[in-house]
Design a protein around this ligand. Structure first.
Ligand SMILES: [Zn+2]
Length: 302
């Protein structure tokens, strides 16, 4: 019984399905500008392959891995409406959530970090790895040393990052309504556990190709503040949650789907590719600046 409950409460849906994740990475990779390293522009196939990579880490046969990284794929923004802005580091976020949980009598476990989700934190952590690798690449080039190994690391980080950014453009990865409407339901949206996979996997796989949204993606823009810009992107995605339910209610994701479903989905996928491209570009630009900023002395640091 307990096991059954645990299974039911674990978000089982994967986020855009295989095709959607490949498309988001591919379209972003095809838009890498000439001012970024050539090896990366030539890594479209590798970056595309890596789009679904973190979904390959969700098998029960690798329990520790599955357990540790499952919350990376989503964030239930409604549960943290009281926490704006979100703190920039994951442990500060944990602390706020545990304080909230301790002060809550009605379903306090809803505030456990693994229930709320850690989407923006894993994204910024992988972004940080990418930026550090770009910095290393610049240093090796400047000192005329081989760059092959760091190029492989950069391609991996860039592709890995794409997974979470794509999850973030899927509105159902930002909400408590991730797979069936919960709570008050005046519009009579579906409460069945099925809308998530129907939208992101079945509908996308059968009706959308990368070409359908590549034209909506433009040259990258440097993000002024990657974390807050990324959180704003998640909040924007969350504003589209009800639209997914309205389209589903109108049978828009059935079979060949409706024109509205196509327009909506292609623009969501494009938003994912655009944010990914912007993050890659910003990491590249920022990797040129001197990282020797004073270390913060948080708890546990000397
Ligand atoms: Zn995912």
């Amino acid at each position: 019984m307990l096991l059954a409950l645990t299974v039911l409460q674990t978000p089982g849906a994967f986020g855009w399905g295989n095709e959607g994740h490949e498309y988001v990475n591919r379209v972003a990779a095809e838009h890498i500008p000439a001012e970024m390293p050539k090896f990366l522009r030539h890594a479209v196939a590798e970056i595309t392959y890596l789009g679904p990579e973190p979904d390959r880490w969700r098998s029960a046969s690798e329990f520790a891995l599955k357990n540790a990284q499952e919350p990376d794929h989503f964030i239930d923004l409604e549960r943290v409406a009281w926490l704006d802005p979100l703190p920039p580091g994951r442990y500060e976020f944990y602390r706020k959530l545990y304080e909230k949980r301790a002060a809550t009598t009605d379903h306090p476990d809803d505030y456990l970090p693994e229930r709320v989700g850690l989407q923006p934190y894993i994204t910024m952590e992988v972004y940080g790895r990418l930026k550090a690798a770009f910095r290393e690449y610049r240093h090796l080039r400047e000192t005329h040393k081989p760059t092959g190994p760091v190029e492989q690391a950069i391609i991996f980080y860039a592709g890995w990052l794409g997974h979470y950014v794509a999850d973030g453009s899927q509105p159902l990865h930002t909400t408590i309504h991730y797979n069936g409407w919960v709570g008050p339901n005046p519009n009579g949206y579906t409460t069945e556990h099925g809308i998530h996979a129907k939208f992101e996997t079945t509908y996308v796989g059968q009706n959308i190709t990368a070409k359908d949204f590549a034209k909506f993606v433009h040259a990258p823009e440097r993000l002024a503040d990657p974390f807050s810009d990324y959180v704003a992107y998640l909040r924007e995605s969350n504003r589209h949650v009800e639209k997914v339910y309205a389209i589903e209610k109108a049978s828009g994701f059935n079979g060949k789907g409706s024109p509205e479903a196509f327009d909506f989905t292609t623009h969501r996928l494009a938003a994912g590719s655009q944010m990914l491209l912007n993050l890659w570009y910003t990491a590249w630009i920022e990797s040129a600046t001197n990282p020797e900023v004073p270390q913060s002395t948080g708890p546990g640091l000397p």
